[in-house]
Structures are given as structure tokens and as C-alpha cells.
Design a protein around this ligand. Structure first.
Ligand code: BDP
Length: 694
């Protein structure tokens, strides 16, 4: 049990369910003959052999007995089913009686719907649910559900904590690692339908024939699973690999170069998804290098892929090195003026918060800032800022917090959430999407730790249905990854649900952000104030001095609050009405500021750092008690990682408190243990082995 099988473990069902499953499914037929249907057949055979603990054959026509039948509505026309509104990718699972036998039916409009339904039924069983009387319809709310791999061509994964890139460029195209198929299965099982193979800090070389020839077989492997391949486009590619002397989007030669390049890519990959672009951000080239704007750049690429049905995902993660600017405001300022000017096949890909994947941020104001621009969400699955792979932090709660956040009010007084703005606010399904920066690598367990698999899983589930609640998703995952036994699920799901807040507490409580150490972002560095760019320094974000702490983004400060809708602006402009969680994001306050709890701000900060450590201690205890339910190998690794997490949570608490004590000139309130070292000790630590170093 090394975690390789993810949510596809197909363990046999419990004694109380297995006889019934066996009775309801004595024969199986999956109708159709496409590679996608073949994949469904294969998955059903493997899955049921495990769950029912007997050999099953999956036929292509409907046999006698209680039968599981799957196919498109057209293929199932003999059954005269009522067509459910499943859309192009959804499915329905129902039961009916026919001639004295029970038929369990998976029906869809498309072959990919049949495959999704196959996974849906298997998962239903893996979660320990009865299938008698099953009646469900599932369809995705978003159209583009993508993983973004930050994988370099040398197989180094930027912010990756799970080994090397899965893409073995050296052995491609001749060797197709079977792992590519397992990757596709795992993703199809959660509804992911796109993958951007390469780092947003892009290397133009991936667009050369040498690499396109290698990307093509990946697309071939993924295609039956409904997954399209996307590539990152380096804006200066026409210069670097095209021999032109400019990449100016208004230059006709440049436009023609991209058109020809698109054509070439589609020759290799006929269903190529399109480009993901990071431009004019952190040193990446872009249209602004030629005094053009984001719309000019995005539209040029969009025009090149449009004839082939491709899209462009243009990232809104932009900020200039300007001390007078609040970095949190910049994306809004660079994109809102161009609202309505982007082509129909452009989606602006916006990180969930206005800064950068911090343990907690308010949602990005862009989600409510544009009316005629398609936006897609970008979440970071890999835990760059939440403890890498060794800290247990279930991100479902964080993403739910963003997706469910009230973002706008209509004239009729109806409150719209971020999801509404992103999905229904647009032309629903047809133009929406969600991207997750992948946490996947060559580690046997794929994600660097078992519990990080839950984040990959949760991303897929929430991209499919942003209305799902994080707890339901955690339960599904834990049931399939370990056991559906409630004695295990209840405490473990509770532990997962509190885990991200624990990280917020011991790293950046009360709206603090970006206190991580330089470069690798491993461990605390609140004292760092000497990096070239002001907005790379933790001190820029917390602004602590002897009087107080916090970033004033209120109307008397940077006024970032004005980028939000009126009702939020009002609430967040005043510290008295700002929720504690965002207090120091929006306000700079005296250490003696009186909190709702009755504590002073300083006491509250200390309280949170301590609470974070206590919570991790409690998580360790919970996990220790789970040994009877989990195989020894996975149990031990998780226990070891939790021990690392506790050690590092203490380190965060002690280093941050030591620093804030020094800056504020305050002692800890009674009852709290003093940090064992002074701040100079914590400053002197360095980590040559931290991933992402250098
Ligand atoms: C930051 C990462 C950096 C990425 C950047 C991005 O530290 O490695 O290149 O985001 O999203 O959080 O482009």
C-alpha cells in the first residue's frame, strides 16, 4: 500500500454490502465501440472484480439476469429511457425493472459521459453506498477543468514536492509509460478534462517539432479519457524559435508566425486544447514589452487557435515592481480597463486571491470587476505556501471559502457568490473553467503525501461542481482512499476539515500574509526586508513596528478595498466590521486594538499561533488512534509527516512570535510558553535542501 492507486483502489465491498451488489449486478454490458467506451469497459471490469471480489466479464450486448447496462441514450434506445438533462459530459444512473429483472443503467449523451458515469457508479460503491434504487444525475458546471503542471522540460517541477515531472521527454515519443494511462484514469475519475503540460514560466522549445512530436503521444493516451492537452506559450517564442526580431502582437509577421505555429500543433494534436500564457509577470515577456496591452496579446493567440477550436487562458497574475503600488490592486488595474475587449475564446485565469496563493486571502476582486470578460479560477493544489507535502492541509475548505464568498449584489438585492460570477454570471457551462496547479510528480503516491491526494481529488470534484461542500468531498475521498467505516471517517474528516485553519493559525493568522522565507518559501521569514523588490519582502506585507501591525488597504490606506462591491467595501473598510480572518489584510492596527474576543490584538495573535500548534498536536493524536483502520505502511508515513508538521508548526510559532515580540517590544501574555530562542537564532537558519531553493 504505497498510495499509487489513489481513489481507484477497488477494495472489496464490506460484508453487508457485497451480497447485495452481487445480486444487483450479475452481468454487465457496456454498449458502443469507441476507445472511450473501451476504457469504460476496462475500468468497470477491473473495478467490479475488486469490489464484488469475483471475476466479471463486461459484454457488449445486454445479457440475461440482473444487469448493469451502460451506453449513450442512442445506444440504449431499446430501453425507452426518459432522457435526463445530462449535457455533453454528464450522466444519469438509474434502476428499472424489466421482465422480472433489475437493470442498473448508466446513460449519457456522449461516450465520455458513459465513462464518467462508470467512474460515478464505482465510486458510489467504494463509498459504501447501496445501489438498490439508485437514481442520480451528475453534470459538470464548468466546461474547462484543467490541471496546470508547472513542469520544466528538464523534468524539474517548479513548486513540486512529489518528485520529477511525469513527462519523460527523453523516452517519448517511443515509450509510453503506462503511468500516463493511470494519470488519465485518475483524472477522468474526478472529471478533469484538460492538462497543461508545461510550466507557466515557459520554455519556447516545447513548441518546436522536437517536442510536439513527444506531446502528441501523451494526447493520444489521454484522449479516450476525455482529456485534452494544452501547452504554455512563451510570448517571445517568435523570436526564440521563429527567427523573427520581434514578438509585437500588432506585427503581421508575428501574427502569421503564430497562425502557422497553431496549424502545425494541430497537425500533431488534432484536438489540442490551446495555450496557457503568463505574460508580463515576474520577468516573463509579453505584449507590454511593445506598448501593447493584455487584450492585444491574448487576442493574437486566440485568433491563431480559433479556427481549430482552441482557447487561450491568459493569466491575470501580474504585478509591477513599484513601491508606491499595493500589489493586491494591480491585476484589477491591468485588466478591468480592457473588459469586453477579449475574444470569445479567451479566458482570463485569475488566482483565487489578489496576492499569491496564501493560506488565506480574500477572493480576487477581479471576479466581480468585469462584466464582459470570461474568467476562470486558478487554485494552487501544490502547497507552496501551506507546508509543502509534509503538512496535512486539506484545501477543500479554502476553495469552498472562495467559491462561496458573496461577491456582488444585483439591483434586485440578490447576492451572487464568486462561483456565480464565474459560472452563471457568464454564459454558464459553455465558457467557464477552473485550473489547479498540479501537485503531481513521479513519487509512487503521485502527490508527495497521501493526504495531498485529497487536494487533487477535491480540485477535480469542485471544478465539476463548485457547489459541492468541502466536507462531502473529504468524506468521499477518505472513504475511497482508506475505508468507508464511520468509526474512521468521522474523526478523520473532522481532522481534514480543521487542518487548513491550523496552518493559517501557525503561519499567518488574522489576515497576515506572505511571511514565508525567501525563494523556496519554506518556513518563516517575517523579518526579511532586504530583497530587491519591495513586494517580495514579508516586511512589506505585515508592516509591523512598535506601534502596530497590518497592511492598510482601507480607504485611508491603499484603498484596495474600493475594488470590491459596495456592500463588501463598507464591511471591510472598517476594522470593527471586518471579519477577524481578514483584519490585518485590510487594516493596520495598534497592538492594543481591542478584538471581539476581549483580547488585545497582540494577545489574539499569540493565541492564534498557539492554537495552530495545539491543533496539530490534536491531529497527531487523532491519527494515532486510526491505526486499526489503515495499513501499516500508509499509517506510518502519515504519522511521520504529522510529526514533521508539529515540529514545523512550533518553529513557525516561535520564530514569528520571537520576531513580533522584538518589533513590538512586548512580552507574551501569561500562560504562553516563551520561544526557546531569540529572533537572531531563527534568522540564522538556512535551508540548502529545501525544494525550490535556487
Ligand atoms: C508564485 C510562485 C512562482 C510562480 C508564480 C506564478 O512562487 O514559482 O511562477 O507564482 O504563478 O506563487 O506564475
Amino acid at each position: 500500500e504505497d498510495g499509487y492507486d489513489l481513489w481507484l483502489r477497488y477494495e472489496q465491498a464490506s460484508e453487508d454490502l457485497r451480497p447485495d451488489y452481487r445480486k444487483q449486478i450479475s452481468a454487465i454490458a457496456i454498449l458502443g465501440d469507441s476507445p472511450t467506451i473501451a476504457a469504460a469497459r476496462q475500468e468497470m471490469a477491473t473495478g467490479l472484480a475488486g469490489i464484488l471480489d469475483k471475476t466479471v466479464t463486461v459484454g457488449t450486448s445486454v445479457p440475461r439476469g440482473n444487469t448493469l447496462v451502460a451506453g449513450t441514450y442512442d445506444a440504449l434506445s431499446d430501453l425507452d429511457l426518459d432522457r435526463a438533462d445530462v449535457g455533453p459530459e454528464g450522466y444519469a444512473i438509474t434502476q428499472m425493472r424489466r421482465d422480472g429483472r433489475i437493470l442498473t443503467i448508466i446513460a449519457a449523451d456522449s461516450d465520455i459521459g458513459v465513462l464518467y458515469g462508470t467512474f460515478g457508479l464505482l465510486q458510489h460503491m467504494l463509498q459504501g453506498e447501496p445501489i438498490a434504487g439508485i437514481d442520480l444525475v451528475s453534470r459538470p458546471a464548468t466546461q474547462h477543468r484543467l490541471l496546470n503542471h508547472w513542469d520544466n522540460l528538464d523534468r524539474y517541477v517548479e513548486r513540486g514536492y512529489a518528485g520529477q515531472s511525469l513527462w519523460d521527454w527523453h523516452k517519448l515519443p517511443d515509450y509510453r509509460d503506462p503511468r500516463y494511462t493511470d494519470y488519465a484514469r485518475a483524472n477522468a475519475a474526478i472529471g478533469v478534462n484538460g492538462t497543461s503540460l508545461t510550466n507557466v514560466n515557459a520554455n519556447a522549445e516545447v513548441l518546436t517539432p522536437q517536442y510536439l512530436e513527444k506531446a502528441a503521444p501523451l494526447a493520444d493516451v489521454f484522449r479516450p479519457y476525455g482529456i485534452k492537452v494544452y501547452l504554455t506559450a512563451r510570448f517571445s517564442a517568435p523570436i526564440e524559435i521563429g527567427g523573427l526580431d520581434t514578438a509585437d502582437p500588432s506585427n503581421e509577421e508575428v501574427q502569421a508566425w503564430w497562425e502557422a505555429k497553431a496549424e502545425e500543433i494541430y497537425n500533431y494534436i488534432p484536438d489540442f486544447g490551446g495555450f496557457l500564457v503568463k505574460a508580463n509577470s515576474e520577468g516573463q515577456p509579453g505584449p507590454q514589452d511593445y506598448d501593447r496591452n493584455h487584450a492585444d496579446g491574448a487576442n493574437m493567440l486566440a485568433d491563431a487557435v480559433a479556427p481549430h477550436g482552441g482557447i487561450v487562458m491568459w493569466r491575470a497574475f501580474v504585478y509591477a515592481a513599484d513601491e508606491t503600488q499595493d500589489r493586491a490592486k494591480q491585476a484589477w488595474e491591468e485588466f478591468v480597463p480592457f473588459d469586453g475587449q477579449f475574444r470569445d475564446n479567451v479566458l482570463i485565469q485569475v488566482k483565487n486571491g489578489p496576492i499569491d496563493f496564501q493560506p488565506r486571502e480574500p477572493f480576487s476582486p477581479l471576479f466581480a470587476g468585469v462584466e464582459d470578460t470570461k474568467l476562470m479560477m486558478e487554485f494552487q493544489i501544490t502547497k507552496e505556501y501551506l507546508g509543502f507535502a509534509t503538512h496535512l492541509a486539506y484545501l477543500g475548505t479554502m476553495w469552498e471559502e472562495t467559491l462561496d464568498a458573496p461577491a456582488q449584489r444585483t439591483e434586485e438585492g440578490e447576492t451572487l457568490t464568486v462561483t456565480d460570477m464565474m459560472v452563471s454570471g457568464n454564459d454558464a457551462y459553455t465558457v467557464s473553467g477552473m485550473a489547479g496547479v498540479a501537485n503531481i510528480g513521479t513519487d509512487r503516491n503521485w502527490s508527495g503525501s497521501i493526504f495531498d491526494q485529497a487536494n487533487w481529488y477535491a480540485f477535480g470534484r469542485l471544478a465539476w461542481d463548485p457547489a459541492l461542500d468541502a466536507e462531502t468531498v473529504a468524506r468521499e475521498w477518505a472513504a475511497m482512499t482508506f475505508t468507508p467505516d464511520r468509526a474512521f471517517l468521522d474523526p478523520v474528516v473532522a481532522m481534514m476539515m480543521g487542518s487548513r485553519e491550523a496552518v493559517v493559525d501557525y503561519m499567518t493568522p488574522l489576515g497576515l500574509h506572505h511571511l514565508m522565507d525567501t525563494g523556496h518559501h519554506y518556513g518563516p521569514g517575517p523579518w526579511v526586508d532586504d530583497l530587491d523588490r519591495p513586494d517580495w519582502n514579508p516586511a512589506y506585507y505585515h508592516k509591523a513596528d512598535e506601534d502596530g501591525i497590518g497592511f492598510d488597504r482601507s480607504s485611508s490606506g491603499s484603498d484596495a478595498v474600493s475594488q470590491y462591491a459596495g456592500f463588501l467595501r463598507e464591511e471591510w473598510d472598517d476594522p470593527e466590521t471586518t471579519p477577524d480572518e481578514l483584519l490585518l489584510w485590510f487594516h493596520h492596527l495598534s497592538w492594543d486594538y481591542e478584538m471581539r474576543s476581549g483580547r488585545t490584538l497582540w494577545e489574539e495573535i499569540v493565541h492564534h499561533y498557539q492554537r495552530g500548534v495545539d491543533e496539530v498536536e490534536a491531529m497527531r493524536e487523532t491519527w494515532d488512534g486510526m491505526a486499526p483502520y489503515v495499513d501499516a505502511e500508509r499509517h506510518a508515513q502519515i504519522a511521520d509527516f504529522l510529526a514533521i508538521q508539529e515540529k514545523e508548526a512550533r518553529w513557525w510559532r516561535n520564530a514569528c512570535l520571537a520576531y513580533f515580540m522584538e518589533v513590538s517590544g512586548r512580552d507574551l501574555p501569561d500562560g504562553y510558553e516563551a520561544p526557546p530562542h531569540d529572533v537572531d537564532h531563527y534568522k540564522s537558519l538556512y535551508f540548502p535542501s529545501a525544494p525550490g531553493n535556487g
